[in-house]
Design a protein around this ligand. Structure first.
Ligand code: AMP
Length: 402
């Protein structure tokens, strides 16, 4: 096995832990998996190693620490211990404190904890993962990579809401944006594809997965993005509503007696493609239903595409001049249907779809999918784990050199 430094990448949710060991040069994942249902009866661990998928039950109610202990045992068993030189943690919210990835020390942990009021479901879980990994990999440098950091370059006019300013000053209520590692990665790859220096490249990136967000990136820096204080804002998603009239909240609470809990469930878990179609949150399932003649599935996808095209068009204001529109994420990389619908609505930008290239991209052929000169439409697979691994290894190396 190669001697190239590898990083262990951890993404800790409230009841799950995703992991991967990533080659810092090629980005290849040599061992990856997921511990799920942590804290519940059927806690389990699944992994992929040497092209073989394996599943193992964890003790009933297993904690994140127990999941990491089992992961450490597997890493020893597969003789991968020596390869790992850093641990990278995905941390959802870095607030205004973190504008880039950071080597984790007690101050960084305290700051992540302080920001937790903005992401009460995510940051505490991220911290649990950090604490557990610090116990199990005590000799390795640990690095936090924030979903929000890339968007910290947004100007005030993009990140402030038209609310009383004191809410921002006293409580940090503003747009932060998420999916930063993905938007940052694909914008860098787009500049390479276009053979332009990043600081002279303007792109609009559409990360379309279960969660969806669009970012306006000018001269390599994020200048606006569709998610807000939380990942609920912006375009239509799998189960999240995206932007709605805030007055709907009063109607739901005062006239229809919704509790905060019910509102949270409605807007985060029951809306989006799922709520509109009454079939599924899954884009592929909806496309199949639509091609079988289901009108509700078609309408849900129409709304998804219309709002997405509208958001992209709005970001022309943010970038001024555009080099490329980039599609990424499970839907962006795989759905030629969604890309076609969106690009057709953006014809006024001069975009003309290349049908053959668009269909070919479904089978992994990244690159341009339009036949016009000028503004390009690109499909670029994202690789958030590679960004986290690269940052972890870079900062680990820097700390060693000090
Ligand atoms: P992600 O969260 O990035 O894994 O993306 C998940 C989304 O990608 C789901 O809505 C999937 O249905 C969608 N997706 C994956 N493959 C395809 C495909 N071939 N066609 C349409 N949607 C797809």
């Amino acid at each position: 096995m190669s001697k190239t430094p590898h990083a262990l990448v951890l993404n800790c949710g409230s009841s799950s832990l995703k992991f991967a060991i990533i080659n810092g040069q090629s980005g290849e994942s040599i061992f990856s998996g997921l511990a799920e249902c942590l804290g519940e009866r059927d806690a389990r661990l699944k992994w992929l190693f040497n092209n073989e998928k394996t599943k193992q039950d964890l003790p009933e109610g297993a904690s994140h620490q127990q999941a990491i202990d089992s992961l450490v045992a597997l890493i020893h068993q597969f003789e991968l211990t020596e390869l790992i030189t850093a641990v990278g943690h995905r941390v959802v919210h870095g607030g205004e404190t973190f504008t880039q990835s950071s080597l984790i020390d007690n101050d960084v942990k305290a700051a992540i904890s302080k920001v937790a009021k903005l992401a009460p479901l995510h940051n505490p879980a991220n911290l649990v993962g950090i604490e557990a990994a610090q116990k199990s990999f005590a000799d390795l440098p640990q690095v936090a990579v924030f979903d929000t950091a890339f968007h910290q370059s947004m100007p005030e006019h993009a990140y402030l809401y038209a609310l009383p300013k004191s809410l921002y000053r006293d409580h940090g209520v503003r747009r932060y944006g998420f999916h930063g590692t993905s938007h940052s990665y694909v914008s860098g790859e787009a500049a390479k594809m276009l053979q332009k220096p990043l600081d002279q490249t303007n792109v609009i990136t559409a990360h379309l997965g279960n969660g969806c967000s669009v970012a306006a990136i000018k001269a390599g820096k994020s200048v606006d993005t569709s998610m807000g204080l939380t990942p609920l804002a912006g375009v239509v998603m799998g189960t999240r509503s995206g932007d709605i009239d805030p007055g709907i909240i009063y109607y739901l609470t005062e006239t229809l007696d919704y509790s905060t809990q019910q509102l949270d469930n409605l807007l985060n878990k029951e809306s989006g493609l799922k709520g509109l179609s009454e079939i599924s949150n899954d884009c592929r399932t909806l496309e199949e239903a639509m091609f079988d003649g289901n009108q509700a599935a078609k309408l849900a996808l129409d709304i998804f595409c219309y709002k997405l095209a509208k958001q992209i068009a709005a970001y022309m204001v943010a970038v001024g001049r555009l080099d490329a529109l980039v599609f990424t994420g499970g839907i962006g990389e795989n759905s030629d249907y969604i890309r076609e619908q969106v690009i057709n609505q953006l014809g006024f930008l001069g975009l003309e779809l290349d049908d053959a290239a668009n269909v070919a991209a479904r089978f992994g052929a990244a690159g341009s999918i339009c036949r016009n000169d000028g503004i390009q439409a690109l499909v670029i697979p994202t690789n958030e784990e590679f960004v986290i691994a690269s940052d972890a290894l870079r900062l680990a190396q820097l700390s060693e050199e000090k």
